[in-house]
Design a protein around this ligand. Structure first.
Ligand code: UD1
Ligand code: MG
Length: 464
């Protein structure tokens, strides 16, 4: 049997004044993705087939960031959460199914919780089911869920409008609901902004429906943390640390060793293979994929990169790069976008590589810059070798063949090609192509003046 239709409405039009930010709240980054992305992901995982986001404050920026992921409705003036849902009515004309309604600022919500909410809603035949949570601490500014002595939901009262007795209630409204769409839009027509904030409260719909004798249910979240809202940057940091723990918990349970989770930062989409060890002060960011049995860190920063199996990255940065199996990087290497390193190659200390393909078993062990280049397999690049790729106006390529030996402190002035099996003598500035299997020396022949230093010392002491 196919699942009944479920549409999600996400309210993300508010000004988020308390964030004190030029960046709209839905776009604030959290473990590598914008806040709103987590809510859209959870809605899809929870079974919603249509996603509608209500935008208002900085609407164009939010639309631009999510344009392929959902539909948008503009709430020009933000007159409250009830009003935010009202503006979606034209898009949902004639829709008779269920609506998930969520705020745009609860990024820890997950598909399982939403699925449980929708299933309870359908199983009980309710017209409205709210997700509540029982917090282990004071409920602060959250709306409180009011029930009668039998436990039946009566309504939600906002903290600003609550009596001291109501404020003592620990069960809070998460602002996440499942509604029968026609019943919701009927009720929204009747709510009034007669409250402390002068807003149309979506929460008023709950009381209104219960007074009309319609069935209203509440599902208490298994884990109160999934309902945490982000209203300030303090809450953003709190949510981020909980999310990081969740990400690392999942990885550790799948067979990754994380030596010190409190000092490790792994973004939500990062994948890591079995028996890889992640050492402290390491940042694994964006769309990074790491293979099995690797040693990553301490002090590695890897962003949007693919790392093979049995790779070591020690105290180095790797960005938009690909490292094949058994590559060793660091300490103190900087692999910039467009770097590809073949199996078994070594990129050692103070080596910078950019937009370059390094084939397998290459050794580039110290103090080198290789940019806009191709280095063939089994080549050895001596310490201090530099590809001079920039002439002040344009970038040029350096091509080094297979099995070459580039002596220390060689200066390869691009465009230039070193043929397979060629040698470049140490300290040589190379300005023209070197044929395969040849030796290029480009430096002055050494002159030795025997006794020169001794004579100089004797001369200066007789003068003194
Ligand atoms: C709301 C609930 C409260 C609940 C809390 C949970 C109401 C009246 N109160 O309060 O019961 O405990 O969430 O976090 O619903 N928004 C719009 N348009 C508007 C107003 C708000 O799109 O006109 C959006 C905001 O961008 C935000 C969400 O709705 O994403 C919730 O608004 P917010 O002002 O944060 O409500 P709370 O005061 O947190
Ligand atoms: Mg809020």
């Amino acid at each position: 049997m196919s699942e009944p239709s479920l549409t999600a409405v996400i309210m993300a039009a508010g000004k988020s004044t308390r964030m004190k930010s030029r960046l709209p709240k839905p776009l604030h980054p959290l473990c590598g993705k914008p806040l709103l992305a987590y809510i859209l992901d959870a809605c899809s995982a929870g079974g919603a087939s249509r996603l509608i986001v209500v935008v208002g404050h900085e609407a164009e920026r939010v639309k631009e960031a999510f344009r392929d992921r959902c539909e948008f409705v503009l709430q020009e003036e933000q007159m409250g959460t009830g009003h935010a849902v009202m503006v979606t009515h034209p898009l949902l004309e004639g829709y008779e199914g269920d609506l998930l309604v969520l705020p745009g600022d609860t990024p820890l919500i997950d598909g399982d919780t939403l699925r449980r909410l929708a299933e309870h809603h359908r199983a009980t035949g309710a017209v409205a089911t709210l997700l509540s949570a029982v917090l282990p601490h004071d409920a602060g500014m959250y709306g409180r869920v009011l029930r009668d002595e039998t436990g039946k939901v009566l309504g939600v009262v906002e903290a600003k409008d609550a009596t001291p007795e109501q404020l003592a209630v620990r069960e809070i409204n998460t602002s996440i609901y499942c509604f029968n769409a026609p019943a919701l839009f009927d009720a929204l027509k009747q709510i009034r902004p007669d409250n402390a904030r002068g807003e149309y409260y979506l929460t008023d719909v709950i009381g209104l429906l219960t007074r009309e004798g319609r069935k209203v249910e509440a599902v208490i979240a298994d884990d109160w943390q999934v309902t945490l809202g982000v209203n300030t940057r303090v809450e953003l940091a709190d949510v981020a640390s909980r999310l990081r723990w969740r990400i690392m918990e999942r990885l550790m349970l799948s067979g990754v060793t994380i030596v010190d989770p409190a000092n490790t930062y792994i973004d939500a989409d990062v994948q890591i293979g079995q028996d890889t060890t992640v050492y402290p002060n390491t940042y694994l960011l964006g769309q990074t994929v790491i293979g099995e049995e690797c040693h990553i860190g301490p002090m590695a920063r890897i962003e949007d990169s693919q790392i093979g199996n049995r790779v070591t990255v020690l105290a180095s940065q790797v960005v938009e790069s690909r490292l094949d199996d058994e590559v060793r990087v660091g300490p103190f290497a900087n692999l910039r976008p467009g770097t590809v390193v073949g199996k078994g190659s070594k990129i050692g200390d103070f080596v910078e590589v950019k937009n370059a393909v390094i084939e397998e078993n290459v050794s580039m062990a110290h103090l080198t810059y290789v940019g806009d280049a191709h280095v063939g397999a089994n080549t050895n690049i001596g310490a201090g070798t530099i590809t001079c790729n920039y002439d002040g106006k344009r970038k040029h390529r350096t091509v080094i063949g297979k099995g070459c030996f580039i002596g220390s402190h060689a200066t390869l002035i691009a465009p230039v090609e070193i043929g397979d099996g060629a040698y470049v003598a140490a300290a040589s500035p190379i300005t023209s192509n070197v044929p395969p299997d040849s030796l290029a020396i480009a430096r002055c022949r050494q002159e030795v003046k025997e006794g020169w230093a001794k004579r100089r010392r004797e001369q200066s002491s007789s003068e003194g």
